[in-house]
Design a protein around this ligand. Structure first.
Ligand SMILES: [Zn+2]
Length: 69
């Protein structure tokens, strides 16, 4: 199974960890340029912010964007 996000939980379908898990990050980083990656992760972050229970904004930033450079 692919390491993609289950929605609206945003856990990984393959390993059950909060998406993007490490394998998902590797796959994404390999498949895209850094610019594409950051754009894609901003979009996911905005979607996740609407679907996940409210929490600190910094948490989502760390999870979706910080690793993407
Ligand atoms: Zn995973």
């Amino acid at each position: 199974m692919e390491h993609t996000e289950a929605r609206p939980s945003w856990d990984c379908r393959a390993c059950g960890k909060p998406w993007p898990c490490d394998p998902a990050r590797e796959q994404l980083a390999t498949a895209m340029t850094m610019t594409e990656l950051r754009t894609a992760m901003w979009i996911r972050l905005e979607e996740a912010a609407l679907e996940l229970p409210p929490g600190p904004a910094t948490e989502l930033f760390e999870r979706f964007l910080r690793w993407a450079g």
